[in-house]
Each structure stands twice: as structure tokens, then as C-alpha cells.
Design a protein around this ligand. Structure first.
Ligand code: GLY
Ligand code: MN
Ligand code: MN
Length: 469
């Protein structure tokens, strides 16, 4: 946990933004895997943890804005808990660490909320995303599960985003830590990309590194020679010369902060000419954006800068043709780059997404596009110092998409389909970094992970850790 003043100050700022009402933050419970007592690795709710700090199951937080009081509801461990799980400090002692002196049993929250509702008080809550939290909220507030999302507090959503989107120095230190561990994961992972090795061995080694040095992975590792499938979690292929491997992986720190980094490497460690061409098209886009990031810049414009940079390179290769600006304006780049440039990152790898992507990534000045490709852009709004986001352009050869666009007669003016056909066995390339917006520009988080062709080739020439079967 951070110093208790951090949590007290966060709650104070939230109260100032909200002005009145009760703010209810259910913590996460344990989640069962395949039978009740066999649980997943415990993960606290990011919003509860941000305002109340406690990283254990069985708590809820309540902020009474009108009376300026903060409460933790939870039960002290009993002898059975101690026998099976060990001793924990009392709820009172743990709450004190978050600057809270008002504590009560978990069960008493039902009575407190029923009383508040009887008095006609407004209870604000965020959209729930776990089944058991939905059931509890439904019971507490008398709202049907199916109506919970629609009744979530937009005022609270906006206030929480306003506070959490700007990271403080404690959070930035955690995000740096997560990125540094991703360095160890990725450098080891790329060294293992040799012909004959199964993808699973590399993914498992990288996940093991995350667990050995930090928390778990921040999302299931994406690692595949079939990188044209954007979120490919199948790791059954054996690597073969001439293919590339997309590795998109990161970890969480013990306080829940994430990293989310992608590197794409040639099996065997040497780029051939075709691979180098596509790789550098993506690298140019990644670097053009990083070199342009600063407060006041709209991320939508960065997405378009990435698209344009990539089209220029694809034109040099001969895959695209015609006027670059017109090609991007028409959306021809989406054949190769069908996703958004990036997203906010923090405690959640797609930060705050459970509150609604459009509230996090868009504002009054810009709303989500409806066109294919650009509609997947999760972050488009104007950047502020303290934002942490990903820069993750990619270029993919998705046979089904190529066939579809060609059959629909799309973008014949800008796409050289005959050459594109010869790339249907290529896969894809994505290069992703985690970046902090500073007062004057930006900073790529963590120890630099090899990224240029020369850096990647040099690292891949080294021996990686192997756990052979
Ligand atoms: N790792 C998923 C993403 O890059 O957003
Ligand atoms: Mn990623
Ligand atoms: Mn990402």
C-alpha cells in the first residue's frame, strides 16, 4: 500500500468532485475456478483499491459525502480462516492503513444501505463487471441485475476517471516497475524464438518470469506466429524459419499496476528483406507517434499519424499506391491496420474500461468514429500530463479480410492486391510501448526493450532460459 495520506487525499478529491450522496465501492470477492474452494489468483477491484488500498477479499467501501465520513465494511478473520489461510490484521488495523477509522461488519452494510434508501438518499455505484458483485448490488439496492448497468452513476464514473486518468508519482513508480519486469519477460522471450521451439514454451517461460519477479501477467499472453490474429492465445505451433512471432505480454505489480508491451521477432533471429520492410513500416509509425506525444495533442490525430506513416512505407514496398493522405482519409490503411493505436493504462491494462470505453477515451470534443478500424480506437481524446497510454501500431495480413475487401471492390485505387496476395502467409507485426505523458513531451516507461532491427537481432543472438520437456 501507499502511505495512508494518499488514500485520504484521493477520497477527499472524490468527495469534492461529487458534492453529495453516498458512494458505494464493493471490493472483489474470491472467484472460483472449477469448484468453490479452488480459486483464481485473487484480484482486487481496481477502483476499490485506488480509494481504499486494501488488497483482500471480503470488503466494501462507502463514502458518505454529505457527512464527510468514510467506512470500510468487512469481517475479522475467524479461527477457521486462520487455520487455512493464516492470520490477518484486524479490519480496524487494516483500515487505519488507508486512513479510515469507521469500520463495521460486512453484513451491516445491508442494513446501512437499506436505511439510506429509506431516507431517500442517493447511492452512487460504478458499473459492476463480476457476477457475484452484481448479485450483491442487486440485493443491497433493490435493482434488478439486468438494470444495474443502466442505473450506474454517470457522475461517479466521470469523477473517478477524472482522478484516475492522471497518475501520481507513486503510481508512475509502480508502472515503471511493471515495465521493467516486462523487459525481462520480453528479452528472454525473444531469445527463445528459435526454429523447433513450441510457442507454449516461450509463453510459459515469460509467464513464469512475471510470477517469479512480480504479480501475474496483466492479461493472458498473446504469442503466436499467426500474429494476423490480433489476440491470439493459441500457443501450440512449433516455430519455423521464415515466420515472425508476435509477443504481446506484460505483468502486474503487487499493487496491481500493469505493463502491456509487444515485440515482433523473426524466428531464428535474422530479419529477411520482406520482414524488415513490414517491421520498419510499423516501427516508423511507433516512433513517429512517440516523437510527437505531448500534452494538448489529440490521440485521434496520433492514430492518423501512425496510419499515414505506415501507408508511406507500404507504398515504398509497393503494397499500397496513390495519394497517401487520400488513402488514409478513405480508410484504405485499415486493411493492414484494423485496430486502434492504443489505450489508457494503469491498474487495469485497459485502464478504467469497466466504467465504459467511451467515458475513458473520448470527451465532449470527440466521439467515437463508426468506420471500420477507426471505431476500435479506445483512446482519442486530448492528452494531459500524467496520462499513461500504449502506442501500438500494427500491420497484419489477414487472408479473410484481404479477400473480403477485394471481393467488395474496396480501395483498388490505393491497394496493390496482386502483391498483397503474396503476403497472405506473412502473419503480422505489432510494436507496443507504454508511455507517460510528461509536462513537455513523453517518456517511454521501463528499461528500453530491443526494438530496432539491429537491437532485436543482437538480443536474439544471445541464449535464453529454457525449461525443456
Ligand atoms: N494486450 C492487449 C492490448 O495490447 O491491448
Ligand atoms: Mn498489448
Ligand atoms: Mn495494449
Amino acid at each position: 500500500m501507499f502511505p495512508k495520506e494518499v488514500y485520504t487525499e484521493r477520497r477527499k478529491r472524490l468527495k469534492d468532485l461529487m458534492g453529495s450522496g453516498l458512494l458505494l465501492f464493493p471490493g472483489n470477492q474470491e472467484a472460483s475456478y472449477n469448484y468453490p474452494a479452488n480459486t483464481y489468483h485473487y484480484r482486487q477491484d481496481s477502483q476499490f483499491q485506488y480509494f481504499f488500498g486494501l488488497n483482500h477479499a471480503g470488503f466494501a467501501g462507502l463514502i458518505d459525502v454529505d457527512n464527510n465520513q468514510d467506512f470500510i465494511f468487512g469481517n475479522d478473520v475467524d479461527i477457521e480462516d486462520i487455520i487455512w489461510m493464516g492470520v490477518l490484521p484486524t479490519v480496524e488495523d487494516m483500515s487505519a492503513e488507508a486512513g479510515i477509522t469507521n469500520t463495521a461488519t460486512y453484513g451491516s452494510l445491508t442494513i446501512v444501505l437499506a436505511e439510506a434508501l429509506k431516507q431517500g438518499r442517493k447511492v452512487h455505484y460504478l458499473p459492476p463487471y463480476r457476477g457475484d458483485t452484481k448479485i450483491e448490488l442487486s440485493d443491497w439496492l433493490g435493482i434488478a441485475v439486468s438494470e444495474l448497468k443502466a442505473n450506474a452513476s454517470v457522475d461517479l464514473i466521470k469523477a473517478v476517471i477524472k482522478l484516475k486518468e492522471v497518475k501520481d508519482s507513486y503510481e508512475i513508480a509502480e508502472l515503471e516497475k511493471a515495465a521493467d519486469i516486462a523487459y525481462v519477460m520480453h528479452t528472454n522471450g525473444m531469445k527463445l524464438c528459435k526454429p523447433g521451439i513450441q510457442e507454449q514454451e516461450i509463453a510459459g517461460t515469460m509467464e513464469g518470469i512475471a510470477l517469479a519477479l512480480s504479480g501475474p501477467v496483466s492479461f493472458p499472453i498473446i504469442l503466436s506466429m499467426d500474429g494476423q490474429t490480433l489476440h491470439n492465445h493459441y500457443h501450440g505451433n512449433y516455430l519455423t524459419e521464415g515466420r515472425m512471432v508476435v509477443i504481446d505480454a506484460g505483468c502486474e505489480t503487487l499493487t496491481g499496476y500493469s505493463s502491456d508491451i509487444t515485440r515482433t521477432v523473426p524466428v531464428g533471429g535474422k530479419f529477411n528483406a520482406r520482414q524488415k520492410g513490414i517491421y520498419e513500416a510499423v516501427l516508423n509509425a511507433n516512433m513517429a507517434v512517440i516523437n510527437s506525444l505531448k500534452p494538448g495533442v489529440r490521440y485521434y490525430d496520433m492514430h492518423m499519424l501512425a496510419a499515414k506513416t505506415m501507408v508511406i512505407a507500404l507504398k515504398e514496398i509497393g503494397l499500397m499506391k496513390g495519394d497517401v493522405d487520400k488513402a488514409v482519409a478513405a480508410g484504405a490503411h485499415t486493411l493492414f491496420f484494423p485496430h486502434g493505436l492504443g489505450h489508457m493504462m494503469g491498474m487495469d491494462v485497459h485502464d478504467l474500461e469497466s466504467l465504459g470505453e467511451n467515458y475513458v477515451g473520448y470527451d465532449e470534443t470527440i466521439s467515437r468514429a463508426s468506420e471500420f478500424g477507426t471505431a476500435y480506437l479506445r483512446l482519442a481524446k486530448t492528452l494531459k500530463p500524467g496520462f499513461v497510454l500504449t502506442v501500438e501500431p500494427g500491420c497484419y495480413f489477414i487472408p479473410a479480410l484481404i479477400d473480403q475487401f477485394r471481393n467488395e471492390g474496396k480501395y483498388f485505387e490505393y491497394v496493390n492486391y496482386d502483391l498483397v496476395e503474396t503476403y497472405k502467409d506473412f502473419g503480422g507485426v505489432r510494436i507496443e510501448d507504454d508511455v507517460l505523458i510528461t509536462e513537455t513531451g513523453c517518456k517511454v516507461l521501463g528499461k528500453p526493450i530491443p526494438k530496432t532491427v539491429a537491437e532485436v537481432e543482437q538480443t536474439m543472438a544471445e541464449q535464453g532460459i529454457r525449461f525443456t520437456k
